[in-house]
Design a protein around this ligand. Structure first.
Ligand code: MN
Ligand code: MN
Length: 455
């Protein structure tokens, strides 16, 4: 009798286990070296060039099979493999984001108090503030000085910064507060020094300024034109006695960036439709800003591609290309966590190790703000995955009215592109150390590659 019942299945199986384990090695290296969106951008560009991609600035026309990339303001990229069909017939897009929750330095960050020196921060994205205290933090970014732009990275095996917390012995008041209030935003101050430049008068701040000036040539005013980001200095590792999972910082959403990047880098034959790997910034703060997906950058890139492909450019061709395009909004999903089972609806949850997650809709309070993919498009993606032995699952982001969230899918939908969320489920999302399954990472790569080849 035909089996009419649907059951999602676990992705671990004897025959693929070695491939699953091997694939995670490169991913962990990518995580360790891509600690900020700028670092991630640099790594992606290097990997694209090594795979034969050419910067669009040095090209005037494109032909099927060409591998080309576009970059924007050192923070986002679009990689393209030109397909057999003209662009106006549509493209296959996978979009992910390279930014991740973190602590940004304030414009005037440096101060001294209690014979110590600190940097004030303003957190970026949705964090549980208490999680960022008492762990090693690194600092990376750029400072624009009168002598040019200086790249700074502080933090390695020897040195780190950190945010302090109150000892439990004196925390009677603090422990009564809610988790939201226990550590306030203005308490997320980075400890950066404690030696006075003058033992009589103090001047603790002076010591740090002298070190910064000596090492990087910067003055205090230069912080006003800087982007310095503090991130957990926690190396990615295998989790579990069976080494089945990856623990690491910034897996939201570099897990999808890495897997979609590998999928496009390893496209071996010319796809029917042009494949686009889009890597954006600013997702965690709502996609605004000229490096977020709400900026014109993506549409401009499509226009540039059309212009490189045909002699008579028309704006209408760009609009038709967008309307005929398909997109996987590759972002992370919430994996069911038995320790917090009250937050999930088990029948419609994603699980660690059950493969790539297709999320038809996101949103909150009655699907508010979601683009909700069509049945037809979800059906198409499901068939592509099934035909290519991609193990996949589906789920919602937690219980109805339990909270919610959104992704960039809605902004692609605004361009009349067919789009569905499709990514990897995480435990401890947005925490300094997030957990993923190696099986899900591998099937994300497999699924994204199948999408580029067959959608
Ligand atoms: Mn995300
Ligand atoms: Mn996020």
């Amino acid at each position: 009798m035909e089996n009419l019942v649907y059951n999602s299945k676990n992705a671990w199986s004897e025959e693929s286990n070695d491939k699953i384990m091997d694939f995670s090695i490169g991913y962990k290296e990518f995580l360790n070296s891509s600690v900020t969106e700028r670092k991630c951008f640099q790594n992606v560009e290097k990997m694209a060039i090594a795979a034969g991609f050419v910067c669009a600035e040095s090209m005037s026309s494109i032909n099927p099979g060409d591998k080309v990339y576009f970059k924007n303001k050192n923070k986002n990229l679009v990689l393209a493999v030109i397909g057999e069909k003209p662009l106006v017939e549509g493209t296959n897009i996978i979009i992910s984001h390279m930014d991740t929750p973190r602590l940004d330095l304030k414009p005037i960050p440096l101060y001294e108090d209690g014979d110590m020196t600190f940097f004030k921060t303003h957190y970026y994205g949705g964090i549980k503030k208490y999680q960022w205290t008492a762990i090693p933090l690194g600092l990376s970014g750029i400072v624009s000085t009168k002598n040019g732009d200086v790249e700074i990275t502080i933090g390695d095996d020897e040195i780190c910064l950190c945010v302090t917390d109150l000892l439990p012995h004196l925390a009677t008041e603090q422990m009564k507060k809610t988790m939201m209030e226990g550590i306030e935003g203005e308490k997320l101050n980075l400890l950066v020094g404690s030696i006075p430049s003058d033992c009589e008068t103090g001047k603790f701040k002076q010591t740090i300024l002298e070190i910064l000036n000596k090492n990087y040539g910067i003055y205090e005013e230069d912080f006003i034109s800087a982007e310095l980001e503090a991130y957990p200095l926690l190396k990615s590792r295998d989790i579990g006695l069976d080494k089945s999972m990856v623990g690491g910082f910034g897996q939201d959403d570099r897990i999808c960036s890495y897997t979609s990047l590998q999928a496009i880098l390893e496209l071996d034959k010319i796809p029917e439709k042009t494949a686009l790997c889009v890597l954006v910034d600013k997702e965690e703060t709502g996609s605004s800003g000229n490096t977020g997906i709400k900026s014109m950058f993506f549409e401009n890139t499509i226009a540039e591609l059309i212009n490189m492909q045909c002699d008579n450019y028309s704006d209408l061709l760009t609009r038709r290309c967008l309307s005929n395009s398909s997109c996987l909004s590759a972002d992370v999903a919430a994996a069911y966590d038995p320790s917090f089972d009250y937050a999930y609806e088990r029948k419609n949850s994603c699980y660690l190790g059950k493969g790539l997650a297709i999320i038809k809709y996101t949103g909150s309070r009655g699907k508010g703000g979601t683009s909700d993919a069509s049945a037809e498009f979800v059906g198409k993606i499901r068939r592509i995955f099934n035909n290519n032995n991609v193990i996949w699952q589906t789920g919602e982001l937690g219980k109805v009215d339990g909270g919610g969230g959104g992704t960039v899918a809605q902004y692609l939908a605004n361009l009349n592109i067919e789009v569905v969320d499709c990514g990897v489920a995480l435990l401890s999302m947005h925490a300094p150390y997030e957990v993923s399954s190696k099986a899900d990472i591998y099937y994300a790569y497999k699924g994204y590659k199948a999408f580029y080849e067959e959608a």
